[in-house]
Design a protein around this ligand. Structure first.
Ligand SMILES: *Cc1c(COP(=O)(O)O)cnc(C)c1O
Length: 395
């Protein structure tokens, strides 16, 4: 059955999605669009992908019942532990899948852009594993801010290109990566790290991440005797960990969906990344979606304490889920996320990524029934955020 929550052949989810790319990139996008489903459906691709997810990433990631969060929130809270994956987050699932696909399409070179460096590290890791050439575009400002990740990418064998155009951040890195792709379309695959960009990226990335909800189904069946929860909760930057968490439940309304986006300093503060709650339809990075804009319709500089959520748009699937009322979207401010991180750390001995802390803070904003089963995805671990956590910790 086709619903609005599956991309149509042109990559639309209702009014959102599509592929808005310059003519010169059309051929790359066409090649990918014509091949990605075919390749993903090949048994040999599935075998190779699943084997790496198991033996290299360490999947399945545990579904852990947090007794203390359950007590506090008056329901059963399960944590889906993507933080335990190799390299510390869910991003590796997608990076492996796309690299395998690129190889099958005869590509020898991978390019990617990165802001905070998380996607750059995941991509460089997979390129090391598969012996592929890797070029990571990163704004010069970010290169300076994210020094340890830059060093890690270099150690992994990637070339890190510091981008000095524009504001020297993520937006400019995307532009440079696109320019590179135009110049080397034959041998290069552009590995996008979230459920954003032109079709087929949002659909492809969510499918590659859908292993998360596939595992949740099996794990819930074993632990609860039913394969669906009452609530699924995840944070959204571009939407890949959330997309993977909800994929196999999109058409199962018994599972309510709650998406936590970055409120930053508050919805009214002008310093926010709440692109669903505040965004208006526009085209960003090749796709029609919700984008936070200023009075003149320019893309607003997003802000969040969490680098992974600091994005002015959102994947088209999630824009559609919100518009159709299938997902409830909550904004979580910096302070609320920090408090949720301290709480999980003290209650469970798990230091979550700042991004995941936004999902954790959403727990406090929902009224649950005692019999409710809640699955919350901890998208990554907090090692990378230790400086921020320590800086904000009250003595
Ligand atoms: C990148 C990142 C995110 C945000 O990306 P999505 O595509 O929305 O999942 C969330 N959590 C962690 C740990 C990340 O590294």
């Amino acid at each position: 059955m086709k619903t609005k929550f599956q991309a149509d052949e042109n990559g639309y989810y209702g009014e959102f999605g599509g592929a808005y790319v310059p003519g010169i990139l059309q051929q790359c996008i066409d090649e990918l669009r014509e091949n990605y489903r075919k390749i993903m459906d090949e048994p040999s691709f599935q075998d190779e992908f699943n084997q790496l997810l198991r033996d290299y990433v360490g999947r399945p990631s545990p579904l852990y019942l947090s007794k203390r969060l359950s007590e506090k929130h008056g329901c059963k809270v399960y944590l889906k532990r993507e933080d335990l994956n190799h390299t510390g987050a869910h991003k590796i699932n997608n990076a492996i899948g796309q690299a395998l696909m690129a190889r099958r399409m005869g590509k020898k070179r991978i390019i990617a852009e990165t802001g905070a460096g998380q996607h750059g590290v995941a991509t460089a890791t997979v390129c090391a594993l598969m012996g592929m050439e890797c070029v990571i575009y990163m704004g010069k400002t970010d290169v300076e801010r994210q020094h340890p990740n830059v060093q890690k990418m270099k150690m992994l064998g990637a070339r890190v290109e510091a981008v000095t155009s524009g504001g020297m951040t993520l937006q400019d890195a995307v532009n440079e990566a696109l320019k590179d792709w135009c110049q080397h379309p034959e041998e290069t695959h552009y590995l996008i790290g979230s459920a954003v960009g032109p079709h087929p990226y949002p659909d492809m990335v969510v499918r590659l991440q859908s292993v998360i909800s596939k595992e949740i189904k099996a794990q819930l069946l074993e632990k609860e005797g039913r394969d669906y929860p009452d609530y699924l909760i995840a944070c959204i930057g571009g939407g890949s960990n959330a997309g993977g968490t909800i994929y196999h439940y999109l058409d199962d309304e018994r599972a309510k969906i709650i998406l936590a986006e970055a409120g930053g300093l508050g919805l009214e503060s002008g310093k926010t990344a709440a692109s669903i709650l505040l965004g208006k339809p526009s085209v960003l990075h090749g796709s029609r979606t919700l984008v936070i804009q200023d009075g003149e319709g320019n893309v607003m500089e997003p802000y969040s304490i969490s680098a992974g959520l600091d994005y002015p748009g959102i994947g088209p699937l999630h824009a559609c889920l919100a518009k159709e009322g299938r997902a409830q979207v909550l904004a979580v401010n910096d302070n609320e996320a920090l408090q949720a991180a301290y709480e999980l750390t003290r209650m469970e001995g798990i230091v979550p990524a700042l991004e995941s802390s936004h999902a954790l803070a959403a727990l406090g904003k929902v009224r649950f029934n005692p019999q409710d089963v809640v699955v919350l995805t901890v998208s990554g671990r907090g090692d990378k955020d230790m400086d921020t956590y320590i800086q904000h910790m009250e003595a």
